[in-house]
Design a protein around this ligand. Structure first.
Ligand SMILES: [Fe+2]
Ligand SMILES: [Fe+2]
Length: 314
């Protein structure tokens, strides 16, 4: 990987997530991760599009690993007494609705950038969650996520080789995701007391920021610093972002979305056809996983209180 664990680590100054006190917060968090891992089914799409045999083999293995990560999160949730619930619509849109339009977009935005961001969140949970069996499972999973990010970095560097136009395009698209994370950080800053108010009866239910959650805006800012560093080391970005004027950035984004806009117009025109019952949207596992026997078989039985859940060995 082009960034070390140390570079990606955020200092939470010893703050901890408590499995009992913070169960609601953990349930919300792990449900976002669970959804993210279910989107591993999309690897199948890219396997069909792999540029060479080495890449195809990597993706075949990755798809298996992502499916194992689904089980990892189900096991952690079971141990912590968290129930599988739908992910936040914004997470669903980011992970599914924004699927890359080409191989280069997939490896740059979803693997190097997107999985890089998720990896950073995994590191944060490892560093703060006060529950050794869950942390042990996560420690094993991050080794695989690190390889997925590394593959994304290497394939992106290969894709942009002597293709200035593609480098600019990927930079424009990356700027949008960096901007998105910045918006999220600002939103969190304003909503923090409410967002951290998990755990009835706890200090944060009374408006006091949670020890870990109060670091969230700074953590997201750090994630952006790492994203910029990664873009520079891959070669997508040739100077610090601060040296790019607002006008130049806007131009890069406009250029990158020029092609996307055309695709958007086509879907706008065909939209009425797609919403007709004659043309129903195909339901995928990302729509149905919460009802799937594999997930319900793993979860807490209906009606059981979280405290009654039996801890399970990883
Ligand atoms: Fe994963
Ligand atoms: Fe992954």
């Amino acid at each position: 990987m082009l960034l070390t664990r140390e570079e990606m680590t955020f200092d939470f100054q010893g703050a901890k997530l408590d499995p009992t006190r913070d169960r609601e917060l953990l349930e919300w968090m792990f449900n976002q991760f669970l959804y993210g891992e279910v989107t591993g089914i999309q690897v199948g799409h890219w396997l069909y599009d792999a540029p060479d045999f080495e890449a195809a083999k990597f993706l075949a293995r990755q798809s298996l690993e992502e499916m194992q990560h689904v089980d990892n999160f189900l096991r952690i949730m079971m141990m912590l007494g968290c129930r599988p619930r739908p992910a936040h619509p914004a997470v669903r849109f980011l992970a599914t609705g924004m699927m890359g339009g080409s191989w280069a977009e997939h490896v740059a935005l979803e693997m190097a950038q997107g999985e890089g961001f998720v990896l950073q969140a995994f590191y944060a949970v490892i560093d703060t969650l006060d529950h050794k069996p869950s942390v042990d499972i996560l420690r094993r999973a991050v080794k695989q996520e690190e390889r997925h990010v590394e593959f994304g970095e290497q394939q992106t560097a290969k894709a942009i080789e002597s293709k200035g136009w593609l480098r600019r395009r990927l930079l424009g698209l990356s700027l949008v995701s960096i901007w998105g994370v910045r918006r999220l950080a600002r939103y969190m800053e304003h909503r923090l007391p409410a967002a951290a108010g998990a755990g009835a009866g706890s200090a944060h239910a009374h408006g006091q920021a949670h020890d870990v959650m109060k670091h969230l805006p700074a953590f997201l800012e750090h994630a952006n610093v790492c994203a910029e560093l990664r873009l520079r080391r891959i070669g997508v970005l040739d100077r610090p972002l601060a040296e790019l004027s607002a006008g130049k950035r806007a131009l890069l984004v406009a250029e990158a979305y020029g092609g996307k806009l055309l695709g958007g117009l086509v879907s706008l025109v065909t939209f009425p056809l797609r919403v007709l019952p004659l043309w129903p949207k195909k339901k995928r596992l990302t729509d149905t996983y919460l009802r799937d026997a594999h997930v319900t078989g793993f979860s807490l039985p209906a009606g059981t209180l979280p405290d009654e859940a039996q801890p399970q060995e990883p």
